[in-house]
Design a binder for this molecule. Structure first.
Ligand SMILES: [Cu+2]
Length: 119
């Protein structure tokens, strides 16, 4: 019984790895970028937007999007909520705008569109 449970867990882990086959690479690259970039310039958060996300299959996807946004010049903060399929981004609107943020998310392999709600 124990062994079959372990096999089941391994199969699920393998399925997740297949579903997110590019995630581990992306995370390693992102970590390398973060560690070589300790001194981060302060970005003025003059703009803010909430985006609805599509294509996330697990929390690693959310982390990938957060990292992709976080290392984008002009992004002051990025908070991705996997459960809500939503990204809240603060950015310097003299450097980029909503379509640029959507492009970053699409480059990471996901889809995004602005939410209509305004809070
Ligand atoms: Cu994932």
């Amino acid at each position: 019984m124990k062994i079959s449970a372990l096999i089941t867990a391994a199969v699920f882990a393998a399925l997740f790895a297949i579903a997110c086959d590019d995630t581990s690479e992306t995370e390693e690259e992102a970590e390398a970028v973060e560690s070589s970039d300790e001194v981060t310039e302060v970005t003025a958060a003059t703009g803010a937007v909430s985006l609805n996300l599509e294509g996330m299959t697990c929390v690693s996807c959310a982390a990938s999007i957060e990292e992709a946004l976080g290392k984008t010049e002009g992004v002051a903060s990025a908070d991705v909520d996997f459960g809500a399929s939503r990204a809240d981004v603060e950015y310097d609107d003299t450097l980029l705008d909503t379509p640029d943020l959507i492009a970053v998310i699409e480059e990471a392999g996901f889809e995004a569109q602005p939410t209509s709600e305004d809070d």
